[in-house]
Design a protein around this ligand. Structure first.
Ligand SMILES: N[C@@H](CCC(=O)N[C@@H](CS)C(=O)NCC(=O)O)C(=O)O
Length: 206
């Protein structure tokens, strides 16, 4: 296996945090220089047709893209600690929370950074301040909603840590580029991120 990634980019970081929680550190990694366009070569597009990381190349040469699909595969290979659910009910509820935070929180945060930060101009060649502002608003509204959820439970999906926490944290940490982090108006979200910092996923840079 080989993992193609860019350590500062949120979706590859999601996989890196997942692996850290599993205690897996022996998968070979190739870091691609995204601003230099290393993921847009014909050679890499043959592995990842949308020119995106993370991409996990399996031993038979086939390639998995989509961070959640990669996590599903890794969960199968390294079942403990379980991060995606043990039975049908738990798997479904964890997926519900994971998709909620991915689509309504992490993705808007990423779009805000992509469209709002000059450092991302080489990757998002059609940056738009309006698009940045639209996603900023959506992400911040979701932060308040998540804060309310976390008032009554320690982790995003309930009583135990799961992939949903990793997904939310990967998106949230990327928004540090916009100098945004949960503060006094979202104290439960702030406390949740502090709890996560003490875990293996919290040790994953940059
Ligand atoms: N849905 C995909 C999104 C992957 C994605 O957007 N990756 C970004 C880095 S976080 C990327 O490769 N961007 C390259 C580009 O936009 O040119 C996943 O979860 O893996």
């Amino acid at each position: 296996m080989k993992l193609y990634m860019a350590p500062y980019a949120p979706n590859p970081r999601r996989v890196a945090m997942f692996l850290a929680e599993k205690g897996v550190s022996d998968i070979p990694i190739e870091v691609l220089d995204l601003p230099a366009g290393a993921h847009r070569t014909a050679e890499f597009r043959a592995k990842s047709p949308l020119s995106q990381v993370p991409t996990l190349e399996l031993d038979n040469g086939t390639c998995l893209t989509e961070s959640r699909a990669i996590c599903t595969y890794l969960e199968g290979l390294y079942p403990e600690p379980n991060l995606m659910g043990r039975d049908a009910t738990e798997r479904a509820f964890l997926e519900m929370w994971d998709r909620r935070v991915e689509l309504a929180f992490a993705m808007p945060l990423m779009m805000w950074v992509r469209h709002g930060h000059p450092g991302l101009a080489a990757i998002e060649t059609r940056q738009s301040a309006d698009v940045a502002s639209f996603y900023e608003g959506g992400a911040k509204r979701m932060a308040v909603w998540l804060d309310q959820q976390l008032a009554g439970q320690p982790w995003i999906a309930g009583e135990r840590f799961s992939i949903a926490d990793i997904t939310a944290a990967a998106g949230m940490d990327f928004a540090k580029m916009m100098k945004w982090r949960p503060e006094e108006n979202t104290p439960h979200l702030k406390a949740w991120r502090e709890r996560l910092a003490a875990r293996p996923a919290g040790q994953v840079g940059p």
